[in-house]
Design a protein around this ligand. Sequence first.
Ligand code: ATP
Ligand code: MG
Ligand code: ZN
Length: 244
Amino acid sequence: MASEVCQVCGGTGWRIIERDGISGAERCRCSQAERSRELQSRSKIPPLYANASLENFRLPRDNPAAELALGQVLTTVRSYAREFPALEKPGLLLMGEPGTGKTHLAVAALRILLGKGFEGMFSDYQNLLDRIRTGYDPNSGSSDKEAYREALDVEVLLLDDLGAHRVTDWVEDTVTSIITHRCNHKKALIATTNLVDADAGSTVSQGRTTLGERVGMRARSRLFEMCKVVRMSTAEDYRIKRVR
Ligand SMILES: Nc1ncnc2c1ncn2[C@@H]1O[C@H](COP(=O)(O)OP(=O)(O)OP(=O)(O)O)[C@@H](O)[C@H]1O
Ligand SMILES: [Mg+2]
Ligand SMILES: [Zn+2]
């Protein structure tokens, strides 16, 4: 694609338009497509989710109650992506059981935002913390040193599997500082988690770790402030269902 010269702009990326008798330059469609391809390739979306979209997210036709509930989830995610960034809350927090499609939907939303020209990064929570930690080691590579800055500054951060890590003060401080920084700067955060929270409508049964316990009450409070919370009400694991 990139090697073909665009018929509209001749490869300059700009085209002349005339509006009310005044001519000006406007970004050509081809450069928007080029930018969105570049953003996709830098986004670190794992290969398994490279094609995840709202269109290929299936609703369970065999279970009307689950179909309705998941349909509402899909609608919420779709309007978040469509309206972004003109939103009251810049973030999205997907909560639910394993295999219910949280990462799929989070990536689908992220890919729409990349298509709109926003810069976004997928990061696995555990992996991000590991990279930040090795980044403090003077012998570590520069990419690990950048991990923390990137998590603070990227326009849209997808934090996958938030809280999937044992708690140490270091982890709590790091997560709080990332979330606080992003919240203060009104930067988008799309997060997924298996953790439960009574205020998000989860049933908090004995022995289940809560969001607050894992990430700390300060980070939890900010997550609710900056994110539209979406709870996956179905508990059916799509990974298991698929092989049945
Ligand atoms: N409704 C669905 N339609 C199509 N594919 C789905 C659907 N739900 C899940 N999948 C697929 O099933 C797999 C598991 O889903 P996903 O990884 O999004 O689950 P998850 O909720 O993030 O689970 P975990 O909590 O274990 O991270 C993925 O390959 C995903 O693309
Ligand atoms: Mg997941
Ligand atoms: Zn062009």
